[in-house]
Design a protein around this ligand. Structure first.
Ligand SMILES: Nc1ncnc2c1ncn2[C@@H]1O[C@H](COP(=O)(O)OP(=O)(O)OP(=O)(O)O)[C@@H](O)[C@H]1O
Ligand SMILES: [Mg+2]
Length: 278
């Protein structure tokens, strides 16, 4: 089970959009996936078209981490209803729902025991490899406070999202340093899966310049492909639809980009992990 946190220091750069794009690619590829919505705003839960009955959200699960039953409280994504599969088994795309309740842990001073809460929930669900997921994507809130650190503690990879702008590039550098410190202190197995540049405007000189700067600064941590600014993005998300099932060429292009990005995250980060371990 590969656990990937999608993080950024800055808000609104596209963490949730990248999480949803990767979830859509994983669904299309038939990779059994769980999305954990750790942002108290719960945008990923909305985007995944979740229809809950009496399941507990992730905030309630991490509160009672040792007793939490993840398997009983995940909700299948509404995306599955429209998913075309060839008569075989239904693919797995589950959601651990977000809620404002998780906000009680989003403090800068979260202690070591609290940091382990999400890891405990996942470990209990995956005892003897029982969890039916190959991939777990954690959509983080826009800060490096308690919830993001709790996500990192439970993850083997962190995928950073950045826009090609001055402050975002600086923020990414700070986040990389934070990951390095966190790794040394709490999570030796954690490695950056890379940085995805989002909302890239083709034809913008400023964006081309910032991308060049990111390439120099971050080397092969800057992932290929980058994700362009897309006019119909909000419409697709508003309809709670996976991009792979949206009609039209632009959605088709975006789907292909997320297929490649998922591949980069899964394969390149495995290589990086070997390098880190020496
Ligand atoms: N590549 C893109 N093209 C066009 N619009 C985009 C793109 N990526 C994100 N957006 C839009 O930008 C807004 C912010 O994106 P998103 O919610 O994914 O960011 P976030 O980092 O998760 O934000 P937050 O920090 O609030 O959680 C959304 O309205 C989304 O639809
Ligand atoms: Mg978000």
């Amino acid at each position: 089970m590969q656990v990937v946190s999608i993080s950024s220091l800055k808000g609104g750069v596209g963490k949730t959009s990248v999480t949803l794009g990767l979830a859509s690619a994983a669904l299309a590829a038939g990779i059994p996936t769980l999305v954990i919505d750790l942002d108290p705003h719960a945008d990923a839960t909305t985007g995944l078209g979740v229809n809950a009955r009496d399941q507990l959200d992730i905030g309630q699960m991490i509160k009672n981490a040792r007793k939490a039953d993840l398997g009983a409280n995940v909700v299948p994504s509404g995306w599955l209803a429209a998913h075309q599969h060839d008569g075989g088994t239904t693919p797995t795309l589950d959601v651990a729902m977000g809620s404002a309740f998780s906000g009680i842990y989003d403090r800068p001073d979260l202690g070591k025991r609290d940091l382990r809460r999400l890891s405990t929930v996942l470990a209990n669900a995956d005892r003897d490899g029982r969890a039916p997921y190959q991939l777990v994507l954690i959509d983080c809130p826009p800060s490096l406070n308690g919830l993001t650190r709790m996500a990192w503690t439970a993850s083997s990879r962190v995928l950073l999202v950045a826009e090609p702008g001055l402050f975002s590039v600086a923020g990414t550098q700070r986040t990389l340093r934070a990951i390095e410190l966190f790794r040394t202190e709490f999570a030796p197995a954690l490695v950056p899966a890379g940085i995805v540049a989002n909302r890239v405007r083709t034809g913008s000189n400023e964006h081309a310049y910032r991308l060049g700067e990111m390439k120099t600064m971050f080397g092969d941590l800057l992932l290929s492909p980058t994700i362009p600014e897309q006019a119909n993005w909000q419409q697709i998300q508003g309809a709670a639809h996976p991009v792979h099932q949206w009609p039209g060429d632009s959605a088709k292009n975006a789907s292909a980009l997320f297929d490649r990005l998922l591949d980069s995250v899964l394969t390149q980060s495995a290589t990086r992990s070997r390098l880190y371990r020496g």
